[in-house]
Ligand binder design. Structure first.
Ligand code: 5AD
Ligand code: SF4
Length: 482
């Protein structure tokens, strides 16, 4: 597990300037390689895990490109492969490790290849030991707080021809100005804060991403403007707990203020945010959603469990009654808002009665989508040492019952859209539109498949779609004449 992490809130310009000299040395080394091999050096970044990791990967890729790499379409062709890993559940770690194992073969074919593991999984000492001992073809590991230090890491590995471990050094300051290569030009991630202070007893995130710290509002606003001016139509503000944005900044700006400032910017876009903690949803935030049409009509509100006993042992700091109270307020203020949630099934000691309480909350709320997970013990977290008599079979059986109930509810909810016309942001590129089949999302973040005249260029446009049929994960419809 990691050491004590500092909560430095200022931008660390000294450090980003420091990277420039390493960047120059890496550029020179890459040019030498290119001259020797007669080809460009290329990079491939693959993400495991959450949206925060996807956002981080865009910075890792942006940094590598700024050093002279070109982006490789295929893993096998790359000279630098970076896996940005996740630690939230064991399954995610095992997947990353198994994919890493497959790189041994690729590495034996390309002596130039450098392999790096990045992010949450390798910000844990026991995983770093695994890599040191069992994966000799991994050239470097880098924790979540190393985003701005790719030049230094590559320089170190290339010049010294040795394996390097850039893990949690306790410096969790925010560094602005890291280059970014975004995956989409119409949808963009915008990190507003990093880390988490909540310490839910099952969760590894505070241990691998450090204490909560917020970016300065002026930095967030200028990135938002850049995205909007660049044609981005769907912006998602990211943080482990966006509702506590601004804590420790001493500028008097909270999440609701930040959201409203961006929503009031000129331009045609939707503004989303995730993730929210039910204990921190303020009346002011609900007002901002209600009064600003650009704020998407979607709220992701992880409940985790419907049982007060389990919520207490999870250290969630709210009760099921509190949760239902927030849902009621949200729905009263914004009746068409969609609600999605996260649920952990089989938390240590979860009884049948506890689980029934979770089913009950699902019945009452009727979520538009549920991200449900079987509890996975995480190294060094309090829940990992709680007594747990529930068998894995019981947990999988509960998981199936939860999914079945959700399925019944969602069919009912989605059928309510049939016959309505809704605004959709089309995400199908023009060159994929020859069959006249398009896809996109609505303000409530539901997936919409729709038909239109083949070859029509609707990419990045807001269009009206009449819903003709409902599925459980998506809605189907036809383009309404504009
Ligand atoms: N086991 C299972 N699910 C987990 N989550 C976080 N930690 C664990 C764990 N140890 C889930 C929570 C969280 C989501 C991102 O992942 O539901 O909201
Ligand atoms: Fe993990 Fe809880 Fe923080 Fe979310 S709020 S990242 S579940 S500790």
């Amino acid at each position: 597990m990691t050491k004590n992490k500092t909560n430095t809130l200022c931008e660390n310009t000294a450090d980003i300037n420091n990277q420039k000299k390493y960047a120059d040395r890496v550029r020179a080394l890459l040019l030498e390689k290119e001259a020797r091999l007669g080809r460009k050096m290329s990079v491939y970044v693959q993400t495991f895990g959450c949206q925060q990791n996807e956002a981080d990967s865009e910075r890792i890729l942006g940094s590598a490109i700024s050093l002279g790499y070109v982006q490789s379409e295929k893993l096998e062709d790359a000279d630098l492969i970076i896996y940005n890993t996740c630690a939230v559940r064991e399954h995610a770690e095992l997947k990353a490790l198994s994919k890493t194992g497959q790189l041994k073969h690729i590495k034996s074919k390309n002596p130039e290849l450098l392999v790096g593991l990045w992010g949450c999984m390798v910000n844990q000492e026991h995983r770093v030991d695994d890599i040191k001992n069992k994966y000799p073809y991994v050239d470097f590991v880098a924790g979540t707080n190393m985003l701005h230090r790719l030049p230094e890491i590559l320089c170190d590995v290339m010049e010294n021809h040795r394996r390097r471990y850039y893990v949690d050094d306790g410096d969790y300051s925010i560094v602005e100005g890291v280059p970014v290569k975004r995956e989409s030009d119409i949808k963009g991630w915008l990190s507003i804060m990093y880390g988490c202070d909540n310490f839910c007893t099952y969760c590894v995130v505070p241990h691998v991403r450090g204490r909560e710290r917020s970016r300065r509002p002026e930095d967030v606003l200028s990135e938002a403007k850049e995205l909007i001016d660049g044609g981005c139509r769907d912006i998602t503000l990211l943080g482990q707990n966006v509702n506590s944005y601004g804590k420790g900044l001493d500028c008097g700006i909270g999440f609701a203020d930040l959201l409203e400032s961006i929503a009031k910017m000129d331009g045609d876009f939707w503004l989303r945010f995730m993730t929210s903690h039910p204990k921190d949803v303020s009346d002011e935030l609900i007002r901002v959603i209600k009064e600003n049409e650009k704020v998407a009509r979607h709220f992701h509100l992880p409940v985790q469990s419907g049982s007060n006993g389990i919520l207490r042992r999870m250290n969630r700091k709210y009760t099921r009654e509190d949760y239902l109270g927030v849902v009621e307020k949200l729905r009263r203020a914004v009746p068409d808002i969609t609600l999605t949630t996260d649920i952990i099934v089989g938390f240590p000691g979860e009884t049948e009665e506890d689980f029934e309480q979770t089913l009950d909350i699902v019945r009452i709320v009727g979520f538009d989508s549920i991200y449900s997970f079987i509890y996975s013990p995480r190294h060094g977290t309090p829940a990992a040492s709680m007594e747990d008599k529930v068998t894995y079979e019981e947990k999988t059986e509960r998981f199936a019952r939860l999914m079945e109930l959700h399925h019944e509810k969602i069919v009912e909810i989605n059928n309510g859209y049939v016959g309505k016309t809704i605004k959709v942001l089309c995400e199908t590129p023009a060159n994929e539109s020859d069959r006249g089949e398009y896809g996109g999302r609505c303000t409530g973040n539901k997936l919409i498949k729709f038909t239109a005249e083949p070859g029509t260029d609707l990419y990045g446009k807001f269009v009206d779609v009449e819903i003709t049929r409902a599925g459980d994960v998506q809605l189907y419809g036809e383009l309404r004449k504009q």
